[in-house]
Design a protein around this ligand. Structure first.
Ligand code: PLP
Length: 403
């Protein structure tokens, strides 16, 4: 007898990226010289997980009774204040927020509260695969607009068109924008592009409620800080609900601690209260409460000046490590004529190409593991040693269909 509900009977058990990573690691363990550029974690040039020692220390210093106890459902007030301050600066008091298991929890929480069942969430045509999983899991779907225009810039015209289509079809919209350091393309919106996004949202907002979630998972690895664009982003609140998905996974190299937050910028007090309640309700209805030890340690790392200075300095050296890879990639990939979007920082870049799935399969024969999606091959430079970058570039250029 089949007990699973019909729509869940053929679900893939493994995320495709984790499956590719497992395959690459198995071949490497068997002695092959494999370059594994699949997974979005920062490895140092010896291939070990790059960590911030002062954050690990802060985690070890959490009193056992704090770690063992339940935290409040929405997260500890200190943690929420610290995150709101990190994202909103002087406007932190206008946040309605909740702690979530990583940025993934924040995305989950946004999908459950800002679009109805059966409706679509709008994002870029190149997107982090779990966006679709998160939408599907909650009975929503994903709609996309073209990420780049013919000049390789953010395609504000396609965003405008699709946003109107979604609003016409369902009367409301939730937009997910991952910047800076978009996964998978590496693209970061610049000031003018944020202005264009805000203008599109303002013009479309007459058709119905629009929520724009900025997925800031990689914010601290960009060439430009999110704070530089804060005012451009927050101006959208005149016409839309602005949300942030905040994550400690990359910024504090604590992927396994599952610490994140959803932060809604709500200037109106009543709105703020209702939003905070809805977010907290969703926490209770999904994961209940978040990791108390993780929240305590990350709060200290955000607010205690001496610890924060150490964390910032350690992160700066990891960012420098990554930035060196970005520079080498830009030098070698440009020289080889690879086509990829503007890339000035972050964990990933993406080569734009036809037949990406075939190219990725052929690259496996060369011992190189990348993540394909329609029209693109994602290269996780975060997990690649500097000396392997020329080998990746060379192999891709030989395997591209036109070569
Ligand atoms: C684009 C993007 N958003 C959000 C996340 C969330 O990660 P976490 O749930 O570990 O915070 C990731 C992680 O890879 C990501 O790539």
């Amino acid at each position: 007898m089949e007990h699973l509900i019909p729509s869940h009977r053929s679900r893939p058990s493994d995320d495709p990226i984790f499956a590719l990573n497992g395959e690459a690691n198995a071949r490497r363990a068997a002695g092959e010289a494999i370059v594994n550029a699949t997974v979005g974690v920062l490895l140092d040039d010896s291939g070990a997980l790059a960590m911030l020692p002062s954050v690990s220390e802060a985690l070890r210093a959490v009193p056992p009774a704090v770690a063992a106890a339940y935290s409040p459902i929405a997260g500890t007030p200190d943690f929420l204040r610290a995150v709101a301050h990190d994202l909103l600066g002087p406007h932190a008091a206008l946040a309605a927020s909740a702690a979530t298991p990583g940025g993934s929890g924040a995305l989950h929480n946004a999908i459950s509260n800002f679009v109805e069942h059966g409706q679509a969430v709008l994002t870029t045509s190149f997107f982090w695969g779990p966006y679709k999983t998160l939408a599907d899991e909650q009975g929503r779907s994903l709609a996309t607009f073209r990420t780049f225009d013919k000049d390789g810039q953010f395609d504000a015209a396609s965003f405008d068109q699709k946003l109107h289509e979604v609003l016409d079809a369902q009367g409301r919209a939730l937009v997910l924008l991952n910047s800076p350091c978009h996964n998978p393309t590496g693209y970061s919106l610049d000031g003018d592009e944020w202005e264009r996004v805000a203008a599109v949202v303002a013009a479309a907002s007459a058709k119905g409620p629009i929520t724009v979630m900025i997925d800031s998972a990689y914010a601290l690895y960009g060439a430009r800080s999110l704070a530089e664009d804060r005012d451009r982003i927050l101006q959208m609140a005149d016409h839309a609900q602005v949300l942030f998905a905040w994550s400690a996974s990359k910024s504090f190299t604590q992927y396994g601690a599952r610490i994140g937050a959803i932060v809604a910028f709500c200037p109106d007090e009543g709105d703020r209260r209702r939003t905070a309640s809805a977010l907290s309700f969703s926490c209770r209805g999904t994961w209940s409460t978040c990791n108390a030890a993780g929240m305590a340690a990350i709060t200290r790392a955000l607010v205690e000046p001496e610890l924060r200075a150490r964390v910032d300095a350690e992160r700066a050296s990891l960012k420098a490590l990554l930035d060196r890879r970005v520079t080498i990639w830009n030098q070698t990939a440009r020289a080889a004529g690879l086509v990829y979007p503007r890339y000035d920082g972050g964990f990933f870049t993406t080569v734009l190409c036809d037949g990406a799935f075939d190219v990725a399969a052929a690259l496996k024969q060369d011992g190189i593991y990348l993540v394909p999606q329609t029209g693109a091959l994602r290269v996780a430079l975060c997990s690649v040693q500097e000396r392997d970058i020329p080998r990746i570039v060379d192999a891709i250029s030989r395997r591209l269909p036109s070569a």
